[in-house]
Design a protein. Structure first.
Length: 195
């Protein structure tokens, strides 16, 4: 079974960009969030009643991605992932009233069962950046954003509640506020932790 690395953080922090840079080394099998083509993403953006369907679709996608990456001969690398989808996005959507208590509980049960069936990531790379940087990045993106820059602090608080339960040996925290799109300092630190 191959190792799995997930890159997590708020929307707009640079998860996908960092995964793309890491993937150029050729040492990774990669899975992306796949905004385009997700059947409920655009519907959810327009009508919050699609929140549960959207989350369940992402949980299934992420579980399928993890299973495939673990079967690869290369180290698996994911932007976001199953844990981020629950601890970050699902909790945020519940807090915003876009998921009812019952819907949130269904998501929690599904996530917990799935995580019991799939081993947790071997390394979680947690990216942070200033709210202003995230705001600018979100404005420039050409994709559907459910979470906004105004959600960053709350989103981050949910992630912290989860991350305090993750052993230090499985967690790497990186502030990428001042990095360019090649993530040179972060890239070195991540590769040093992996190899």
């Amino acid at each position: 079974m191959s190792k799995l690395i997930t890159v997590i953080g708020a929307s707009g922090v640079g998860k996908t960009s960092l995964v793309r840079v890491l993937s150029k080394t050729g040492n990774f099998a990669v899975a992306f969030e796949q905004h385009v083509g997700r059947p409920f993403q655009a519907l959810f953006k327009e009508d919050k009643r699609y929140g549960l369907a959207n989350q369940m679709d992402y949980f299934l996608l992420r579980a399928e991605q993890e299973r495939e990456l673990r079967a690869s001969s290369l180290i698996g690398l994911v932007d976001g992932g199953l844990d981020l989808d629950f601890h970050g996005f699902t909790r945020l959507f519940h807090a915003r009233g876009w998921l009812s208590d019952s819907e949130f509980d269904l998501c929690r049960r599904f996530y917990e069962l799935t995580r019991q069936l799939l081993p947790p990531p071997d390394l979680i790379v947690h990216l942070t950046a200033s709210e202003e940087i995230i705001r600018r990045r979100l404005i420039s993106r050409q994709r559907i954003n459910i979470a906004s820059a105004e959600d960053t602090a709350l989103f981050h608080s949910f992630l912290e509640e989860w991350l305090v339960t993750v052993p230090d040996k499985n967690l790497l925290r990186l502030d990428v506020s001042n990095e360019d799109l090649e993530f040179t300092p972060s890239l070195k630190r991540i590769l040093a932790r992996i190899y």
